[in-house]
Design a protein around this ligand. Structure first.
Ligand code: IMP
Ligand code: MG
Length: 183
């Protein structure tokens, strides 16, 4: 597989380094799936992915969770018109799925300030799920706005701008199968 700065997917953008190759990510996602499988008692589990950044992570993660579950997605935006708002984060797509009485696993690509996950969990908690847990592939550990723990996360993120495996820069590079840091 092509994983160098001559990868045509990168549009000629110089890559500083590739901190997480596809195999490393796959191994960790499988472990996370086992952690999640072991963590939940019986009852409905809804894996709720935050689009667009989590789309690849969710697709891989749910296939490593060996128990019944449902998958849905939400789209949040910190700007523009929305239907539900709390603070500065708005839901621009809101799933029809009822959350009441379900174990809710809210999945994002990366926790940076933590504001997105914090505000979404506040919005979603009002819908009376049985539990809410946060999950992210990367955690920068600089989240000052997040009062809740990220119960499941894949990797400590370096303080570099990461792209690939769902993460974008101006919508580019989401389809890159490994994670690179841009120069
Ligand atoms: P937060 O609300 O500040 O935690 O922002 C989280 C969101 O910012 C993520 O869902 C990403 O969309 C974006 N983000 C933060 N850091 C990075 C990065 O290094 N690369 C790509 N997107 C990032
Ligand atoms: Mg993004």
């Amino acid at each position: 597989m092509q994983t160098s700065s001559v990868d045509p997917r990168l549009k000629g953008r110089p890559v500083a380094r590739i901190p997480f190759d596809a195999e490393t990510i796959a191994r960790r996602v499988a472990e996370l799936g086992r952690e999640i499988t072991a963590a939940y008692p019986d009852g409905d589990l809804l894996v709720l992915g935050l689009l667009k950044g989590s789309f690849i992570f969710v697709a891989d993660l749910v296939r490593e969770i060996e128990r019944p579950l449902h998958v849905d997605f939400i789209v949040a935006s910190s700007y523009g018109a929305g239907t539900v708002s709390s603070g500065t984060v708005r839901l621009v797509y809101d799933p029809e799925t009822s959350l009441e009485g379900k174990h809710l696993l809210l999945v994002d690509d990366i926790v940076d300030s933590g504001r997105t996950l914090q505000e979404l969990s506040t919005i979603l908690r009002a819908r009376k799920p049985k539990s809410i847990a946060l999950c992210a592939l990367f955690h920068k550990h600089i989240a000052t706005e997040l009062t809740e723990p990220v119960r499941f996360y894949g990797f400590d993120a370096p303080s570099e701008f990461l792209v690939g495996y769902g993460l974008d820069h101006a919508e580019d590079f989401r389809h890159v199968p490994y994670v690179a840091s841009l120069q």
